[in-house]
Write a new protein. Structure first.
Ligand SMILES: [Zn+2]
Length: 246
């Protein structure tokens, strides 16, 4: 969905809400979860009401919007700005939102967009070292980023190194290893896609100033998605991803 098509919608909270509900991002309830009654209505205060048992619940129940406090129009714009690759900081500034709120939402967007299970990786204990390696594989015309080393199938390595400034603060130095070696390798079809991916990644990580490893990993997976899906409408993909998870 293009910005010009969203402009009319986001001017009005009711239209924004209708837009999110028609797409299924906001849930439409047909039965009361307490009594099973079907006489439901939308009432003031952003709530649903069951007229049989008088239960009430928020319009954001069961949706991604229950994670954050922002207007419906601001949520739509967060999706759009994410697609346009505005940083969470800039998005927060433009929409007058709390930075942490936007960062939380953007990470959730990254998770639904890439179906990446961050808990699994942390569970494997591979995020405790000071230096992390990402292995690049090629799968047809797509690049796959993994954390498991398989020297037979990996084409290149991205090395990120954690540097501590103080005890509680750190930054990551991202090094694209093997790239120099690749330059000296005769350019073939296989290395062309790698070079393209590395260019694509470097440009996007240049401005990365986050100190959180989780944020960085999720950003990496997002970059992988964008690289593999050029020409795909990220706003629409994001909408579908949200529906899959919520
Ligand atoms: Zn009820």
């Amino acid at each position: 969905m293009k910005f010009i098509d969203l402009m009319e919608i986001i001017q009005d909270e009711k239209r924004s809400e209708d837009f999110l509900r028609s797409g299924g991002i906001l849930k439409t309830f047909t039965r009361c979860s307490s009594c099973g009654g079907e006489k439901l209505g939308l009432i003031r205060g952003d709530r649903w009401k069951c007229y049989s048992c008088k239960s009430e619940w928020t319009r954001r129940k069961d949706s991604i919007l229950s994670l954050v406090r922002m207007k419906y129009s601001q949520f739509i714009l967060c999706m759009k700005f994410f697609e346009l690759e505005l940083t969470a900081k800039d998005t927060a500034l433009q929409l007058k939102l709390n930075y942490r709120t936007v960062q939380l939402l953007f990470n959730e967007f990254r998770i639904v967009l890439t179906s990446f299970d961050i808990r699994k990786i942390i569970g494997e204990g591979s995020l405790v070292r000071d230096e992390e390696l990402f292995y690049l594989k090629k799968n047809g015309k797509k690049i796959e980023l993994t954390f498991s080393s398989d020297k037979r199938t990996s084409l290149a390595v991205i090395k990120m190194k954690r540097h501590f400034l103080q005890q509680t603060s750190a930054y990551y130095n991202i090094e694209l290893s093997n790239i120099n070696r690749l330059h000296s390798v005769k350019i073939n079809r296989q290395s062309l896609i790698l070079h393209a991916f590395l260019r694509f990644t470097k440009k996007r990580l240049y401005d990365f100033k986050g100190t959180g490893k989780k944020n960085l990993l999720l950003r990496f997976k997002e970059i992988e998605f964008r690289f593999n899906n050029s020409g795909v409408d990220v706003f629409d993909s994001l909408g579908r991803g949200i529906l899959n998870k919520f």
